[in-house]
Write a protein that binds this ligand. Structure first.
Ligand code: ADP
Length: 473
């Protein structure tokens, strides 16, 4: 753990294992509520001086952290593959994405402009300025174990906030690596603190109940996000929530079915399907279905599954046994209710694969609304294809979920694309595009997918208060 500028060990530790091999990688300090409290107190002590540094000073540290992260890109990617499982190439891409947030917010730190507002009174002047909210508590997930940290840390630090971060129990080593970079970049003591733990609930409770924490930022499941939001509401703490998704992917009859299927194969199997923006319901118009399915299945069958450290592997393991069971249950349920398994459909146990949590990349056709996979987030490598023939109904079907994070639309008709963007109740929409994410673009969900936005200009404002001063002159 890293508290008040010191690396701490503690007697109690927990194991970190490689999901591809089951091997022990390391043991990490198992923090408890008392560590969280100490870290919050350190962050509070550091807040006064950190929030009064100039934006240019904070920017310089973030800029240095960006340089260090890029210098260490290969080591960080190798660590991520070992701890989280994604193939090396994807891990490299993630480190780049993580570094992008450091650079973006190093730049944005200097642009937190206020404004003056004309008053109705001739003797009055209004000035609006933005100030750091205070101590921030952050909770991050395992699926993007470096970029989800910088997406919160960089804007919080740029704004002048101090932070206590609790990473996911599966990926504390990546978090430790990020904090070493911040330390090396010259961040003063107490400004960013790290509490690792195998038991998140007591730490979450301290984050919600300690009055020194003024903002809670969370990325993870909708269930946990709702619970934390409810608890944080008791002190009206500000919250940002990046929660689950159930993304629709719609290929209209005028779409290029080959292009759409390629897109679906890339975004559905991103991180072995373990991303909240992965499509979970792939709606394909019946006129283009044969070409779409043929292209999708051919691409999926070619994807090599294995240890992400091996050259040419495109699909790594799932994070744990529970994730594997969830995927298998959804596939079996769909099969029992009449879906066709075009490829995959089972756990992989040949050779060394039986040591990890591997599931064959799977394509299901004839999926319908009676199936679990139609309603539940999968978080695994399964592409469920639903055929439609009435394009007027499809937006309503896509919106028929309490999630609202990402959606994808494939069409060559610009009017249809515009209407879809306006009518889909999702925070992020890709039109003939599967990667509508960037440090420069606001990321976040509608409905039960979350509150607030990360990245972009909005991402910085999540960590700032708006203060109005009215002067009588
Ligand atoms: P997932 O199912 O994707 O692991 P979770 O919401 O369980 O999603 O985990 C996301 C993050 O939330 C992780 O850092 C995890 O440790 C943390 N977390 C899980 N349960 C709690 C809780 N009760 N209080 C605080 N944090 C929690």
């Amino acid at each position: 753990m890293f508290i008040d500028g010191q690396w701490l060990r503690c007697d109690k530790t927990f194991n970190v294992t490689n999901p591809a091999t089951g091997e022990l990688i390391d043991q990490v300090a198992d923090g408890d509520a008392s560590h969280a409290t100490r870290a919050i107190e350190a962050a509070q002590s550091a807040f006064d001086s950190w929030s009064r540094t100039t934006a240019h000073q904070r920017s310089a540290i973030l800029y240095r952290a960006w340089q260090l992260m890029l210098e260490q890109k290969e080591e960080l990617a190798a660590l991520m593959t070992c701890e989280q499982g994604k193939p090396l190439k994807a891990a490299n891409n993630e480190v780049q994405y993580a570094a992008d947030f450091l650079l973006w917010f190093a730049e944005e730190a200097k642009r937190t402009y206020g404004e003056t507002i004309p008053s109705a009174r001739s003797d009055q002047r209004f000035i609006v300025q933005h100030q750091a909210v205070g101590v921030v508590a952050a909770i991050t997930p395992w699926n993007y174990p470096i970029s989800m940290l910088t997406r919160k840390l960089a804007p919080a630090l740029a704004a002048g906030c101090t932070v206590v971060l609790k990473p996911a129990e599966a990926t504390p080593l990546c978090a430790i690596a990020v904090f070493k970079i911040l330390q090396e970049a010259g961040l003063p003591k107490g400004v960013a603190n790290l509490v690792t733990t195998s038991e998140p609930a007591p730490i979450g409770k301290v984050f919600c109940e300690n009055p020194l924490v003024r903002k809670l930022t969370f990325t993870g499941s909708t269930a946990v996000g709702k619970m934390l939001s409810r608890d944080a509401a008791m002190q009206l703490k500000r919250v940002s929530m990046e929660l689950g998704g159930h993304a629709p992917f719609i290929a209209f009859e005028d779409a290029d079915p080959v292009h759409a299927a390629k897109g679906a194969s890339l975004v559905k199997f991103l991180n072995t399907g373990q991303a909240c923006i992965c499509p979970n319901r792939i709606f394909v118009h019946k006129n283009i279905l044969p070409v779409f399915l043929e292209t999708l299945t051919a691409r999926i069958e070619k994807m090599r599954v294995g240890n992400g450290a091996t050259d040419g592997v495109a699909i790594g393991p799932l994070v744990d046994e529970a994730a594997l069971q969830k995927v298998d249950k959804q596939v079996n349920d769909a099969r029992d209710k009449g879906a066709t398994v075009l490829c995959g459909g089972q756990r992989l146990v040949q050779g060394e694969l039986d040591r990890g949590y591997f599931y064959a990349p799977t394509v299901l056709s004839n999926v319908d609304s009676s199936m679990l996979i139609y309603k539940q987030e999968t978080f695994g490598p399964v592409a469920p294809v639903i055929t439609f023939d009435d394009s007027d109904d499809i937006i309503a079907m896509a919106n028929d979920t309490h999630y609202g994070l990402a959606a994808y639309v494939y069409t060559k008709d610009i009017s249809r694309a515009f209407r879809a963007v306006e009518q889909l109740q999702f925070g992020i929409i890709g039109v003939n595009d599967i990667n509508p994410t960037s440090a420069a673009a606001p990321f976040g969900g509608m409905k039960e997918s979350g509150l607030g936005r990360e990245g972009a200009r909005e991402g910085l404002m999540e960590y700032m208060e708006t203060k109005l001063a009215g002067f009588s002159v």
